[in-house]
Write a protein that binds this ligand. Sequence first.
Ligand SMILES: *Cc1c(COP(=O)(O)O)cnc(C)c1O
Length: 407
Amino acid sequence: MLDRTNLAVERPTYVTHLACGMTGEVLPADRLHNLSPQGYPILVRYDLDRIRREWDRSALAERAPDLWRYRELLPVRVRTNIVTLGETATPLIPLATLAARHGLAHSPLVKDEGRLPTGSFKARGLAVAVAMAKELGVTRMAIPSNGNAGAALAAYGRRAGMTIDVFCPADTPDLMLREIAAHGANVRKIDGYITDCGKLVGEGARAGRWFDVSTLKEPYRIEGKKTMGLELAEQLGWTVPDVIFYPTGGGTGLIGMWKAFAELEAIGWIGSKRPKMVAVQAAGCAPIVRAYAAGLRRAEPWGDAATVAMGIRVPAAIGDFLILDAVRASGGFAVAVDDDAILAARAAIGADEGLLLCPEGAATVAAYTQALASGRIGRNEQAVLFNCGNGLKYPLPEAGRAAAPTV
Ligand SMILES: *Cc1c(COP(=O)(O)O)cnc(C)c1O
């Protein structure tokens, strides 16, 4: 019998402590945190030796295919605090037409995160963050969002009975604003970028109005996003691909997967091989790419950010050093693609492969084909491209236009 809930255990967790992501300063678990005292993101640390002794891979065969199957590497203590909407494992879809056109040894695989609740991988992070907030007694939360994070927080937070406030740039896709409102959150449209929205959320948090769930400003969204790395390694038979292309805004997923691979090696489930981590940004908002090229560990804020890929329109990322450290340690790189290339990739993959990518996902396809052409990525390297949201959430070109371009 499959354990259909994956939640049937109340237990001490394997969490030992939390730690400042920059200084390593130890901070207590089981307490509400935003940033570390020094102002950096906080990471969750586990007793990996004990997990190694007590958790066997074979136990997974009994568990349902959702992110709670990895509960030993997650921070939630009490199952009734988990608010679930079915955080399903997402499929790897080969791009066979693209592979044939480019004569590739292996089809690149799209990890299609658009299948998750609220149509994006933000569900992974916010499912875990909401469970932990509930565990720690939070009743009201706020978030700055380009759309998807707000929708996920609204859905999970309202399901947990909390009051939710979402601050979005006024030009967020209208469907997403309506989605957030439909989930019962208070939506505020702000004339500015997500960073301006973040300032308002921070002010309200300091005034005691709500708990701030901004990207990397609380410790648990990254734990949820980490499950992308756990799941990917499991799907590939406890190996990792040669290269991962990840559309990078705040970078939670990239940092989370990098953490996941380290934890999996420490518990003995994968070896020391790591994928090259490629941070993909839009040419109109590429602070991480600029810092990477300049050899810097911190990124200057990007002025006048503009791209159709709203999810990666993030002018400043508080975890910039964690993204850049992971990219460099992996032997990967950071690269920007322009909106024309993004839209051409979306059109081609939609028409040829049956997959309607979100613009951020299409950016990874554009970056991948450019890296193949320039020789930065070899034709025999197994690539995984992240499509982080459902393509139906974004404005599409009118029907009846000219045939799709190829990539
Ligand atoms: C949030 C988001 C991203 C960026 O994710 P990070 O992990 O915060 O860098 C990319 N694509 C989509 C569709 C998103 O919603």
